[in-house]
Structure formats: C-alpha cells, structure tokens
Design a protein. Structure first.
Length: 165
C-alpha cells in the first residue's frame, strides 16, 4: 500500500484541514504534516497577518504623527520657515529637515568641534532652503555633510519669497 498523499492535520489554531502532500517525497510527508500541525491553518495565518499589517500601519501612523509634532515644535523654536512644494511633500519635508538638522547639530557641535556661532550660520543657510523636496532628497545624507549640502543648494531650492536669503 503506497504512502498516503492527503493528510488531515489538526492545526495549532484547532482547525482541521486536509493537505495534499503528493508533491513531497513519500518519506517526508509525515514530518511535514507534523510541522503543519504546529502552525495555524491558512485562513487563521492570513487573518493574523492582515491584523499585523493593520497594527503596523497604525503604529507607523502614530510614529509619523509624533515625529511631525516634534518637527513642528522644532521649526517654531528655531524660526524655520514653512516649506514650499506639493501638499503631499510638506510634512515629509518638515520631518526630513528636522531629523537632518538635529542629527547634524549632534554630530558637528555636541560631539564635534564646531562652535555655536558657526552652527548659527548653518541654521541661517538652512532657513533659506525651503523646498520640501530638497530636504526629502537629503534624508539619508550623513549629518556631517549638511554644511556642504546647504552650500550646494541652488536658487531653485530657495523661495524668492523667503526673507532669509
């Protein structure tokens, strides 16, 4: 009598399901059926994954809101002008600017040897660059490169309405 190909598995979620294991070698079917028994059935696994995705999306939304609040507070505190660009890019640009500026301050001033006066000049240059897309493009830049990046910014990255340049 050949080794069976369809195995009824009682899953960890307590659901029972028939699994066609004919594509597996005969000597590996029992072990695979045992492995399946330690897992949720396909429907429960999918439901859990979708729930995890929803939870992950909610977590990400909360984290972005928290970062946005910090970026808004920081921009007000350090008199950073509002950014310009498409509506969908503004918040992302503000978060990118905040993250790069605070990381650059830490690297260049707090941990480095750049003086506060020189940092204030860098802040002034940063105020002049108000195109959200520029800050988004720099989001993965090394914080220590900020002075050079700001120096390389073009007039297209600065608003003519910006009184800071």
């Amino acid at each position: 009598m050949p080794v069976k190909t369809v195995w009824t598995v009682e899953h960890a979620c307590s659901h029972s399901a028939d699994h066609d294991l004919s594509t597996r070698p005969a000597d590996r079917r029992a072990g695979y059926a045992r492995w399946l028994a330690g897992r949720d059935c396909t429907d429960c696994w999918r439901a859990q994954r979708e729930s995890d995705d929803a939870g992950r999306a909610a977590w990400l939304e909360a984290k972005r809101a928290e970062e946005q609040q910090a970026a808004t507070w920081w921009a007000n505190q350090f008199r950073m002008p509002p950014l310009s660009g498409p509506e969908r890019a503004l918040a992302w640009g503000e978060r990118s600017r905040h993250q790069l500026m605070t990381a650059a301050y830490r690297v260049l001033v707090a941990e480095g040897n750049l003086g506060e006066n020189t940092w204030e000049e860098i802040e002034e240059q940063a105020r002049a660059v108000d195109r959200a897309g520029w800050w988004i493009d720099q989001r993965d830049a090394a914080p220590g490169d900020l002075p050079e990046l700001l120096a390389a910014a073009t007039d297209a990255d600065r608003s003519t309405e910006n009184p800071h340049h």
